[in-house]
Design a binder for this molecule. Structure first.
Ligand SMILES: Cc1ncc(COP(=O)(O)O)c(C=O)c1O
Length: 417
């Protein structure tokens, strides 16, 4: 193909080349969270946008020691190609941690590069174009993105403050025959909701009766500051074989490690491993061995205890400050763990129009519509409380309050037209 304009044979001006994209990319958006993070280069903006762990809380020395050990004593292994399923030492550690809630062997673990990769692998292994996946309303948007790349259609399950409604779930299953249901039952992203045990049993009963697979995403379960622990749905009688559980080191150690895993039973792990081979052969061996070493030589529970103490004070600060400034009619969650508070401003305030005013004031959040597979509640927003200290949170919420007041005085873009 000739890429020159041909006007002036002396100067070959190159025309922009447009790659013909795959149909399955049509309508798959880049994550609004990533985009918001990229406009936050202004140093003075307080960001409540991303679920970004506070780097001050990373166990840098311990992680450095683990990498040192691996490269000093196991370099020939650490720097070599390895098996797709993951390093045996890490699979053992993952299985031991998982077994606290659900008996698990190393053979039932597939190591992934973060649970985000796990979601993509599951989508590729299970979904054909046109398949339906039932998701929460709202849900984790990058899961929707990962499944959409397989050509799947996501349908939201109505929920209350305890999670998806079992009757609605059953009706949607009957109507759409989904390939699987995707849930984040513990400290959900974006709402922070934790599904109580009773609701988990009802949901499991529907899934068992209808023979529907469950993908249970659980990156936040160990970040609990109050209330009693609840078992994963996968641990309820009969659910083990029907569920794929995703876990991750991102929120309890460091997201830059990109280490997570999928727990599954039977043939499905073989298929997931085939997809993983095609995606990247295996996750980086040095990282896997270092995480295995870190887990073997440190008390991760103690570290998580420290995180939880800090995050609790930050959740309290954000909840208290928000209670002072939210307009009449607004509601918010007060989660027992995880990273996020979910606010419904109501009052016809479209939070995607509020965001520019907020950034102008020097504070950022994620507009809630990003988290709906369809029919968004545009008056919602997600705020992460984990990254900033209570003082900074207080200042950020003051700025948000100013932005809400300024924005509410302006005519809405629709009215201004
Ligand atoms: C619900 C949920 N699943 C998966 C992920 C991906 O996490 P990672 O790939 O870092 O393990 C996230 C990250 O925010 C999340 O909130």
């Amino acid at each position: 193909m000739n890429h020159s304009t041909g006007k002036n044979p002396g100067s070959r001006t190159t025309l922009p080349w447009t790659f013909p994209l795959a149909d399955r990319l049509t309508g798959v958006r880049s994550s609004p969270v990533r985009e918001i993070l990229s406009i936050l280069s202004r140093g003075d903006v307080i960001s409540f946008a991303g679920g970004i762990p506070d780097p001050e809380l990373f166990a840098v020395e311990e992680i450095r020691a683990a990498f040192d050990h691996v490269l000093t004593h196991h370099a020939s292994k650490a720097l070599q190609y390895a098996s797709t399923e993951g390093e045996p030492a890490l699979r053992e550690q993952a299985a031991a941690r998982m077994s606290r809630q659900l008996p698990t062997t190393a053979a039932q673990i597939q190591i992934t590069s973060g649970s985000q990769e796990g979601l993509y692998l599951i989508g590729q292994a299970l979904l054909d174009p046109g398949d339906v996946v039932l998701v929460e309303r709202p849900t984790y948007l990058a899961a929707v993105q990962a499944f959409a790349l397989s050509g799947a259609r996501m349908i939201g399950i109505p929920a209350d403050e305890d999670g998806v409604l079992p009757d609605e779930l059953e009706q949607l299953i009957e109507r759409h025959r989904p390939k699987f249901v995707y849930l984040i039952p513990t400290f959900q992203n974006p709402t922070g909701m934790c599904m109580p045990a009773g609701r988990r049993h009802q949901v499991a009963e529907v899934l068992l009766r209808t023979g529907t697979a469950l993908v249970e995403d659980d990156p936040y379960g160990e970040l609990r500051f109050s209330g009693d622990p609840v078992s994963p749905i996968a641990a309820l009688p009969g659910m083990q074989a029907q569920t794929l559980v995703l876990n991750s080191m991102s929120k309890i150690t460091a997201p830059g490690l990109r280490v997570g895993w999928i727990r599954g039973e039977g043939q499905i792990l073989r298929s997931i491993a085939i997809v993983k081979q095609a995606v990247g052969l295996h996750s980086p061996v040095t990282d896997q061995l270092a995480v295995a070493r870190y887990l073997a030589t440190n008390d991760l529970d103690r570290h998580i205890g420290r995180l939880n103490a800090v995050y609790k004070s930050r959740r309290d600060a954000m909840h208290t400050e928000l209670a002072r400034i939210l307009p009449e009619g607004a509601t918010m969650t007060n989660p027992d763990g995880g990273m996020f508070l979910w606010v419904r401003l109501g009052n016809d305030i479209d939070t995607s129009h509020l965001l520019p005013a907020a950034v102008e004031e020097g504070v950022a959040f994620v507009p809630g519509s990003a988290f709906y597979a369809h029919d968004p509640d545009k008056t919602t927003l997600r705020l992460s409380y984990v990254t900033n200290s209570p003082d900074v949170i207080a200042e950020g919420i003051k700025r948000l309050s100013r932005a809400i007041r300024t924005h509410s005085k302006q005519p809405s873009p629709a009215a201004a037209r």
